[in-house]
Design a binder for this molecule. Structure first.
Ligand code: NAD
Ligand code: UD2
Length: 309
């Protein structure tokens, strides 16, 4: 059993490749299913320690081949951009929901049970404004991205009840760290700010910079994903993943300036339409079930690691 591979769908992306570094370091055999749409071969070790299947999670046969013979699955493959889902709901649905359903079927057919799933705080819509969001907060999926994540959770729960799957569902808040792609205007704010600050390019803050987010360093997230693979029993119900800490964009900019020894020009522009003012995870359930690194990576340390300093 110990020698069977862990399948990481979307393993060539930001979070997946950070997870794979940790899996390989701990001696796990790893298999990746990725269509390289946003992921890159170069994010994976090039020493043959990882088996890469270039394929689409929407292709049921490719999924079955990937799942066959695995010990467990971490399902990260998705179109991770909310804006892309708004622009192309049908196309993104293939990756973000059909992909999950294909995975469930492939696991049922092959008898693989444990799956760790990357859901998102996006399923809460604007509902948590102003207070830490717990898992029972009403779900308001305002975009195709959020609707597919929520529906994926429901399918995983159906396969749990009906077919004995063991889903560990994590609702990620704002994750940051090395290999997060800053190339789109809708990329994670930390990847954009750090890239622009390093290049001396002007930084745009949308709004007054007092909006807050609950940022978690990807290395800390990886520790949680590893635990979810190893837990003897997965308790039912999704878990928020955040630190229950609010950091404003102005505080973030201060930290970036400290770590880099200065900032380029910062301009304050109109807030984005529909932008959430405050997003913060109530992480009580997370702390009951999992061990966050103690202490968790602070913003300045996380930025330094991201910047390779
Ligand atoms: P990413 O774009 O770097 O990684 C996604 C990976 O999935 C890429 O390697 C991509 O090539 C692959 N992929 C996309 N569609 C595919 C398909 N149809 N078939 C096979 N592979 C496919 O994004 P990320 O930030 O690493 O996100 C990983 C997961 O975490 C996603 O499910 C995302 O929705 C979720 N998530 C991320 C955050 C965050 O803050 N980064 C927040 C909430 C949820
Ligand atoms: C995150 C997710 C999004 C969705 C949403 C649900 C990421 C990258 N985005 O959006 O997919 O799940 O949560 O709530 O994970 N900003 C600037 N300047 C910039 C870029 C961003 O000021 O150049 C602002 C932006 O307007 C927002 C904040 O920074 O107020 C954070 O933006 P983000 O896109 O990193 O994350 P968020 O929480 O809006």
């Amino acid at each position: 059993m110990a020698d069977l591979p862990i399948l990481v769908t979307g393993g060539a992306g930001f979070i997946g490749s950070n997870l794979i570094d940790a899996l390989v370091a701990r001696g796990y055999p790893v298999r990746v299913l990725d269509n390289l749409s946003t992921g890159k071969r170069g994010n994976l070790p090039d020493d043959g320690s990882v088996e890469l299947i270039v394929g689409d999670v929407a292709d049921a046969q490719a999924m079955r081949r990937a799942v066959q013979g695995c010990r467990a699955v971490v399902h990260l493959a998705a179109v991770a951009s909310v804006q892309a889902s708004v622009d192309d709901p049908v196309g993104t649905h293939q990756s973000n929901l059909v992909g999950t359903l294909n995975l469930c079927e492939a696991m049922r057919e092959t008898g693989v049970r444990r799956v760790v799933f990357a859901s998102s705080a996006a399923i809460y819509g604007n509902n948590g404004e102003g207070q830490p969001i717990d898992e029972d907060t009403p779900k308001v999926p305002l975009t195709p991205y959020a609707a597919d994540k929520l529906a994926s959770e429901h399918y995983l729960d159906f396969y749990r009840r009906q077919h004995g799957l063991e889903p560990a569902v994590f609702r990620f808040f704002n994750i940051y760290g090395p290999r997060q792609d800053p190339s789109s205007p809708y990329s994670g704010v930390i990847s954009i700010f750090t890239e622009r600050a390093q290049k001396g390019l002007p930084i745009a803050v949308y709004g007054d910079g007092e909006q807050t987010r609950d940022f978690l360093y990807v290395g800390d997230l990886v520790e949680l994903l590893l635990q979810a693979l190893e837990l003897p029993v997965v308790e039912v119900g999704a878990v928020n993943v955040g630190l229950n800490q609010a950091t404003s964009l102005n505080q973030l900019l201060d930290a970036v300036g400290d770590v880099l020894g200065g900032l380029p020009k910062v301009s304050y522009q109109a807030a984005r339409q529909g932008d959430i003012r405050h997003s913060r995870a109530n992480n009580t359930r997370l702390l009951q079930r999992y061990r966050l690194p103690e202490p968790a990576t602070g913003m300045r340390d996380g930025l330094a690691k991201l910047l390779g300093l």
